[in-house]
Ligand binder design. Sequence first.
Ligand SMILES: C[S@@+](CC[C@H](N)C(=O)[O-])C[C@H]1O[C@@H](n2cnc3c(N)ncnc32)[C@H](O)[C@@H]1O
Length: 311
Amino acid sequence: MAPKRILTSGDLVADRRADYAAMLAESGDHAAAAELMEQALELTPGWTAGWVKLGDYREKAGLTDLAVEAYRRVAASPDAALFGADLKLAALGAVETPALPPSAYVEGLFDDYADRFETALVEKLGYSVPKKLAALIRNHKGDASFALAVDLGCGTGLLGPEIADCVSALEGYDLSENMLAKARDKGVYRHLARADLSLSPEASGLFEGMAKARADLVAAADVMMYLGDLDAAFANAAALAAAGGLFAFSVEKDEAETGFSLRPSLRYAHSRAHVETILTRHGFAPSACEETVIRMDAGQPITGLLFLARK
Ligand SMILES: C[S@@+](CC[C@H](N)C(=O)[O-])C[C@H]1O[C@@H](n2cnc3c(N)ncnc32)[C@H](O)[C@@H]1O
């Protein structure tokens, strides 16, 4: 189990000020929320989660330099990785974009999100990757069915039911135990376990007591945006896929010609050319790439790319 982020300050008065600041932020007054958080932090200057909140309020109030100052306090704390301090600083242009987010940060994010993930994302933000990726797989598989599909970053298991009719067995892996618990409730996956795609195949957890080249379908729906550098994730997919096996996944589309970038949402976007270069490096031949809206974010449609590649 990963270390947890401590969200309260341990000081009643500071917590009360922080609660009031949260109410002000909710009503849209981020400048006033930031002022109250400053008062709370005068009482509890070592409260890392408080500095995160202050950074967030200042950012939303347009006080970028002061937001950077708050996030630098987070970056200096022993919990910097847990709170994704460098990602927040990078999104404000204050440090270089990290090649990968800290796994502890992503894990904490989804552990906290698991209970409301499906209502928040599918119902409110029109999240459609599992359905669209399943349709892409179906359109390209012909009459074939799959003996074993591995769902990487399976989350609460939305992809499983979409492909269950053409798959004999399904395994799912994720960083977040709380997301895995939701997937377990769906009763569609034969095996579910924790794994970290940002690590090499030797360390990721995908091959503990399990064979390499065991899958004729490897899928990852809306996962690559939580990884900047895709090298380790694609090495894991390549090690899982049998010869001739399919690899289906989505990315957020980077409009640049090459490379990848970090967005203000703290998710990464990848360009088509960059993804295809890394696929080829790992022994996959790209066979399809579809552009589509994958969800809404802050009222704006987010464009994604759905890829299919063959090993
Ligand atoms: C947006 S959710 C998508 C979940 C699911 N695939 C779906 O389409 O509903 C992203 C998932 O990727 C997982 N994830 C992110 N980074 C990961 C990593 N390095 N290793 C394994 N899982 C990861 C998260 O824990 C989360 O459950």
